[in-house]
Design a protein around this ligand. Structure first.
Ligand SMILES: *Cc1c(COP(=O)(O)O)cnc(C)c1O
Length: 401
């Protein structure tokens, strides 16, 4: 049995040993509550300040108090949108995209259905790029907040959030970005942007699960989601998860130190994977924006077969991948992201996401390239939709094949 190959890093990442090591003392000797006056508390308080500064450096926040620790990306997203709707009196519209993570989309569905909020879901094109004209048309002085993700978790497509934020401000709307997939993978310097709020999550960058942060630009009006103690300057009550915060701080330092070289290597491996698959296997194509996307992510659509079946065969070969969002897999619906990109059902159903990490090796990629052709050929043989000619029934032209 060969060692398993993990290519599902957009679902979650391995906690790096350095991160675990940094966290451990805060479970044992240094277990104090940071709010306490005694030495047990103040030692933890000092470590939390250091972690906050490390995270601040990773995202280019000007002030350390612009960071509010939360329980994860989902809480940060919920906090940001609800806060914006409350502080922007007289405005009850939200603009978002059709391809957001469920942590934004299902919140928006709820707000629309039960709280009278008007939601604009801006479409994307076949490469997953935002329809800027539709965005411009939806903007008005009724919009409380605009929320566009920085990078898509399924295709890796990057939205031009700097410019999108400026457009929101021209209409007095606040701008939030779900940057969970971007933080640690692309250089971010918030002080040079007009972004008001940004969500991030520790477990997507080799930190522990159950911890995230909301960046809140200095001076941005805010309403807390959770009320209670004075933690996080009263903006997020509840005793700080000190070990996890310290772990995220360490993960942020590691990401920042090696980002430039890691990204080059990951992008080269991703390209090797994509080219290998497309060359060896017919009737498949890479989705997403070929020019502006994350270095670690690729979703390849294999026509006329089921993604779930591919995943099971890959799993049997010791390879972990995904069919899009971890949150929607298990249902038979094809990914809402690929559907929004107008990728036909016959291809969207057979889409597989490979998400690499800084630890991914060339040998691992080559192993995937070794097993995939047989897996795909075997499944197509059993597929009622497959024929050698395999003409796309709807004449769909892939992003690039
Ligand atoms: C994983 C993910 C989230 C959710 O973050 P959690 O910390 O797991 O709550 C939100 N948005 C995107 C884009 C994600 O990839």
């Amino acid at each position: 049995m060969t060692t398993p190959i993990y290519l599902d890093n957009n679902a979650t990442t391995r906690v790096f040993p350095d991160v675990v090591e940094a966290m451990l003392p805060y479970f044992t000797e240094q277990f104090g509550n940071a709010s306490s006056i005694h030495a047990f508390g103040s030692e933890v308080g000092g470590a939390l300040r250091q972690a906050r500064r490390s995270l601040q450096a990773l995202i280019g926040a000007e002030f350390d108090h612009e960071i509010i620790f939360t329980s994860g990306g989902t809480e940060s997203n919920n906090t940001a949108l609800r806060s914006a709707l409350q502080v922007q009196q007289g405005r009850n519209e939200v603009i978002t995209s059709a391809v957001e993570h469920p942590a934004i989309l299902s919140l928006c569905d709820w707000l629309e259905k039960h709280e009278g909020v008007v939601v604009h879901r801006i479409p994307v094109d076949r490469q997953g790029r935002l329809d800027i004209d539709a965005y411009r048309a939806a903007l008005s002085d009724r919009v409380a907040v605009v929320s566009f993700m920085w990078a898509n978790n399924e295709t890796g497509t990057i939205f031009p959030v700097d410019g999108l934020a400026e457009m929101a401000h021209a209409h007095g709307a606040l701008f939030h970005t779900d940057a969970v997939q971007a933080v640690g993978k692309v250089p971010i310097d918030l002080k040079t942007t007009e972004i008001d709020m940004l969500s991030l999550s520790s477990h997507k960058l080799h930190g522990p699960k159950g911890l995230g942060a909301l960046y809140l630009r200095k001076g941005t009006r805010f309403r807390a989601l959770l009320r209670g103690g004075h933690q996080e300057r009263g903006r997020r009550a509840g005793t700080e998860n000190a070990p996890a915060i310290i772990g995220l701080g360490r993960a942020a330092e590691l990401a920042l130190t090696s980002m430039a070289e890691d990204n080059l290597r990951m992008a080269a491996l991703r390209d090797r994977l994509e080219q290998g698959l497309v060359q060896q296997i017919g009737h498949c194509f890479v989705t997403g924006d070929p020019l502006d996307r994350l270095p670690n992510t690729t979703t390849v659509a294999f026509e006329f077969i089921e993604g779930e079946a591919i995943l099971l065969k890959l799993n049997a070969a010791g390879i972990a991948a995904s069919s899009g969002s971890a949150c929607t897999s298990g249902s038979l619906e094809p990914s809402h992201v690929l559907r929004a990109m107008d990728i036909p059902f016959t291809a969207a159903h057979g889409a597989i996401r490979f998400s690499l990490s800084r630890e991914t090796t060339e040998a691992e990629i080559d192993r995937v390239l070794e097993v995939m052709p047989d897996i795909i050929a075997g499944l197509r043989q059993m597929s009622p939709f497959w024929s050698e000619e395999g003409a796309r029934p709807d004449g769909f032209a892939p992003a690039y094949a």
